[in-house]
Write a protein that binds this ligand. Structure first.
Ligand SMILES: Nc1ncnc2c1ncn2[C@@H]1O[C@H](COP(=O)(O)OP(=O)(O)OP(=O)(O)O)[C@@H](O)[C@H]1O
Length: 964
């Protein structure tokens, strides 16, 4: 992928820091141990992010890290992927920039097991966009709503589980919508499979959804009184099954305040809120309803107080409600008969209605939030979805979740791995396609029409007669028993048999085996709500309940779709949505079970590395070539390594690259040349090249321009040269330190051989400091005080034979500001080369040729009359074409000006200076002298001394002179 290539350079630069920051650069890429070592090494230094190409691996730090500040966000904004260490923000920013540049849609898929940090990651990305994207006051509201939808959704959709105190119990796909200027203007949320069973039952150590506890803890007295609730959660059956209603790590009272406030911002009316909490309270009352047997063995409600509250809060008729909870309406021929329920069935009906009310209200809530976020244009989607789940006992929910993960893996395979192989094909590179495990076979096992597990389950649910979970299991054995990824006790061999119970079936998922207990599958898939209970709810006076239970549902005599089928369908449409977008991936890893910072549990992590398919991904990413890059970019970066390509190569880039790599001595087995890209097989080849490049860059940054050209013809064998250099450097260091001490002792004497270097060093430092503190304009008379040693030496007339240092100090005060860049370069080069290079003194009196200034005016020269080098032109969906333009910024305002107009108004030769921004935003700042203000006329911005112009960099040429 595009960004995968890009981050490679960053990985190169930082590779010596802590491990490799891109797994692709691991020497032994097939070794799981090496993979884990690298991950551990980085984690222990709190480096929680690592790339595999363009995929980001994240390990939950379980502590607040100082890497999510606004200044960090700004650091990553617009910066090329490869220039900074791996980060969520880099992924987010890359998606954003690709979206803006290409006007296409994007999604970021975040996966990992419970507690691995998915939700945190998606919130951080959202914050990143909220802070860094352009916005207006008007859009501020949308931004706030986007951010505040989170606490509300979390209150209703998250719960404390054993694995995570704030576990999302629903899958979430959120689109962030941007307008053509890249401002976030809206959002849309899709939710998947809220875990309704939690409303009525929680495992030991777990809680119900946060909102119940928040309401009881934080709701004010009047509200609770109106809802008929007591503040004590221990009073509510539905809240205490996990026996941990109060948890130290969760502040329900505080969270309540946040949620309550969020409601008002995301457009909820007081009526909505009243009805919503009416429903929440009703669920609690429902849970406290108890049934007993009457003399006929029929269920009757033991105490009428709860049902009265429910009737009030849901606006349902008391006696009808009472009847509905204890009877079932059966249709016999054309008659409807009310048949009384026994106690067990009454409890079942009670729980079913609680789950249905809560589940549908959650969906209503999501829709309501969507209503307040609605907008259009391009989007970036954030998919935060439960990762692979393997519990001690795995039930229907785990089956759905793991099926979902199979589907997403399939998507990843289709989009990434195949794309990878196709790239080689496209580039015309000979390459044996590497086999990877395609999990389609498992997806088919689950979802295939008529033959898949879901179809078989549905059939059992719908068929007349005595269908049970066991008969479902038998059907499975009968129909998919010979499938390679399906086992039951009966089908297993002697050895495996022991580990599978009679009620279990086992699937061999792509990530490993999971044994599912079939008990409860039918009931959960059916998700039946008795018809008469539905009727009661359809007639409710609570408007939310009425929205959730439509009368039309009653008219529809067809059976509603089963849960598994609904889920399957929503996954299918999700995959469709995702297929139309550009993907980015984040894989979250949970480092230990104890939520402990700094603890790297090898066993647990190895397991996840496997489940997340990371080795698989790396293997494919590294299968042929570790690195590939467009010829232009490769040449751009490394051209200084070969005299034929430095400073400019005039032929086709591919040929330039060929020359270049011949010159630096690549062996044939190390690389391949494709149609548009060079492919390098081993990381070490690239490292050597990068070393040479770094070294050259270091050197070039200190050479005056005329010398730069000559330097290009230097030694060819950089690898050897490097070693020699290092040895030389050490000797040199020893001598220098000695000299420095000597110089310091003699610093007060007039200039003499003992103190000359020391004085020169002081001069140098002074000038460097001066450079950063130059007066901002001609009226500013402040000037950095030189250290006394320089004054003294100058006073004693010691400008000496070198003539460089003191002279510069004296003259620079009088130099016009527009010479400053020139002067700065000379200062630097003087410190480095004076007395060391022949011909340096001569070069001093001439202006340096390849300064940014001259290079810049060259770049602006039209190639053909009236046109400029590669203008930045964008098109949007509506065919809007942004013209070639300049952004003009004065100190008080900004204008957009047509290139053509500017050309008439400024003589480039009078520019005061130019600076390029260090972001990849394609912007250059031109400093215009004061007198040009008049000519520039209507973009006058007031009283500024220096006028600034900004314009998109028209070509590589400019970038290049900035970088070198
Ligand atoms: N980047 C991070 N910095 C600090 N703490 C983090 C970070 N990511 C996760 N955590 C901690 O780990 C906890 C669990 O993370 P999170 O809720 O995001 O997991 P999840 O993968 O969404 O789990 P689930 O699937 O159960 O919803 C958080 O509540 C937080 O305490």
């Amino acid at each position: 992928g595009q960004n995968g290539d890009a981050n490679m350079e960053g990985a190169l630069i930082a590779r010596d820091k802590v491990g490799v920051q891109d797994f692709v650069l691991l020497d032994s890429h097939t070794s799981e141990a090496a993979f884990l070592n690298n991950l551990r090494k980085r984690y222990q230094e709190n480096l929680i992010y690592t790339y595999i190409g363009s995929l980001l691996v994240s390990v939950n730090p379980y502590q607040e890290l100082d890497i999510y500040t606004v200044s960090q966000m700004k650091l990553y904004r617009g910066v090329n992927f490869f220039e900074l260490p791996p980060h969520l923000y880099a992924i987010a920013d890359n998606a954003y920039r690709v979206m803006c540049n290409e006007y296409n849609n994007h999604f970021i898929l975040i996966s990992g097991e419970s507690g691995a940090g998915k939700t945190e990651a998606s919130k951080k990305i959202l914050q990143y966009y909220a802070v860094t994207c352009p916005t207006t006051e008007q859009l501020q509201t949308v931004r706030d709503r986007l951010l505040l939808s989170n606490p509300v959704l979390e209150a209703f959709g998250n719960a404390k589980t054993l694995r995570n105190d704030n576990s999302s119990r629903f899958g979430k796909y959120m689109d962030i919508q941007f307008d053509f200027k890249g401002a976030p203007v809206g959002g849309h949320i899709l939710s998947y499979l809220i875990e309704k069973s939690r409303v009525v039952h929680q495992n030991h150590g777990e809680r119900n959804f946060h909102i119940f506890y928040q309401l009881l803890e934080g709701g004010d007295k009047d509200l609770l009184c109106w809802l008929g609730l007591e503040r004590n959660p221990q009073k509510y059956t539905y809240l205490i099954q996990g026996r941990c209603a109060k948890v130290f790590s969760i502040n329900d009272k505080n969270d309540w305040k946040i949620v309550r406030k969020a409601f008002s911002i995301i457009d909820f009316t007081e009526k909505d809120i009243e009805h919503l909490f009416g429903i929440v309270a009703s669920v609690l009352h429902l849970g406290n309803i108890q049934f007993e047997e009457d003399s006929n063995g029929h269920a009757i409600i033991r105490d009428g107080s709860q049902i009265k509250w429910i009737s009030k809060l849901l606006g349902a008729h008391l006696s009808i409600l009472q009847e509905a909870l204890t009877h079932r309406k059966i249709e016999a021929r054309s008659e409807e008969v009310l048949s009384p329920l026994n106690v067990d069935l009454a409890f079942y009906a009670r729980d079913a209605v609680a789950k249905a009310i809560y589940g549908r209200t959650f969906t209503w809530l999501v829709n309501k939030i969507n209503g307040s976020l609605a907008n259009k244009k391009t989007v970036i989607g954030l998919l935060d979805i439960y990762g692979f789940e393997v519990l001690d006992t795995n039930s229907f929910e785990q089956f759905c979740i793991n099926y979902c993960n199979e589907k997403l893996q399939q998507l990843l395979i289709e989009m990434t791995l195949k794309a990878e192989q196709e790239e080689y094909e496209l580039e015309g590179i000979e390459w044996e396609p590497i086999p990877y495990f395609n999990n389609k076979i498992i997806c088919d096992l689950v979802e295939q029409k008529h033959k898949g597990i879901i179809s078989i389950l549905d059939e059992e649910c719908l068929r007349p007669g005595e269908a049970t979970d066991l008969s479902f299991l038998e059907k499975l054995e009968e129909k998919v028993g010979d499938h390679a990824h399906f086992v039951t006790r009966k089908l297993a061999d002697q050895k495996t048999r022991k580990s599978i119970d009679w009620v279990d079936f086992r699937l061999l998922h792509y990530a490993g085996e999971v044994t599912y207990c079939a008990v409860g599958f039918l009931e959960k898939n059916n998700d039946l709500l008795y018809r008469n209970l539905k009727e009661v709810l359809c007639n409710s006076k609570n408007s939310i309940i009425r929205d959730c239970f439509l009368l039309s549902e009653l008219d529809n005599r067809r059976r509603p779709e089963t849960v598994a089928t609904q889920f399957k369908n929503s996954l299918t449409s999700l995959i469709e949505i995702l297929m139309s977008k550009e993907p980015s991936y984040i894989r979250c890893i949970k480092p230990n079970e104890n939520k402990e910072p700094g603890k790297f549990d090898d066993f647990l992590i190895r397991h996840q590395v496997k489940y997340l398919g990371l080795m698989e991904h790396l293997r494919v990413r590294r299968a042929g070539f570790a690195y590939r890059r467009k010829y232009e970019l490769f040449l751009q970066r490394y051209k200084s390594l070969c005299p034929a390509t430095w400073p400019h190569w005039h032929g086709p880039a591919a040929e330039g690259v060929e020359r270049l790599i011949k010159h630096i001595g690549y062996k044939p087995e190390e690389y391949k040349l494709g149609r548009t890209k060079i492919f390098i097989r081993f990381p070490k080849t690239l490292f050597a090249t990068e070393d040479a490049f770094e070294y050259r860059k270091h050197l070039l940054s200190k050479v005056p321009a005329p010398l730069k050209r000559k330097a290009g013809t230097g030694s060819a064998c950089w690898r050897g040269a490097l070693a020699r250099r290092a040895a030389k450097k050490r000797t040199w260091a020893v001598q220098t330190i000695r000299k420095f001490i000597n110089g310091f002792i003699n610093r007060k004497k007039p200039l003499c051989p003992e103190n000359r270097d020391f004085v020169r060093l002081s001069q140098y430092h002074y000038l460097m400091k001066l450079r950063d503190h130059l007066p901002k304009n001609v009226l500013d008379k402040s000037w950095l005080q030189p250290p006394s040693i320089l004054e003294e030496v100058r006073g004693s007339g010691g400008s000496g034979r070198g003539g460089s240092g003191p002279c510069l100090v004296a003259t620079s005060v009088h130099i016009g500001l527009f010479l400053v860049p020139q002067l700065q370069q000379k200062v630097v080069t003087s410190a480095v080369f004076s007395g060391k290079k022949e011909g340096y003194l001569e070069s001093l009196s001439q202006p340096f040729l390849e300064t940014r200034l001259s290079e810049f005016s060259k770049a602006l020269e039209p190639r053909a009359p009236g046109s400029y080098v590669t203008p930045v032109i964008k098109y949007d969906r509506n065919g809007f074409k942004a013209r070639e333009r300049l952004l003009v910024l004065t100190q008080s305002s900004a204008y957009v000006v047509e290139m053509a107009k500017i050309k008439q108004k400024i003589e480039y030769s009078t520019l005061k200076g130019i600076s390029t921004s260090n972001l990849s935003d394609g912007i250059v700042v031109i400093h215009v002298p004061e007198d040009n203000k008049q000519k520039v006329g209507n973009w006058d911005g007031g009283s500024s001394e220096v006028m600034w112009l900004m314009l998109p960099i028209p070509s590589y040429k400019l970038l290049e002179c900035h970088n070198s």
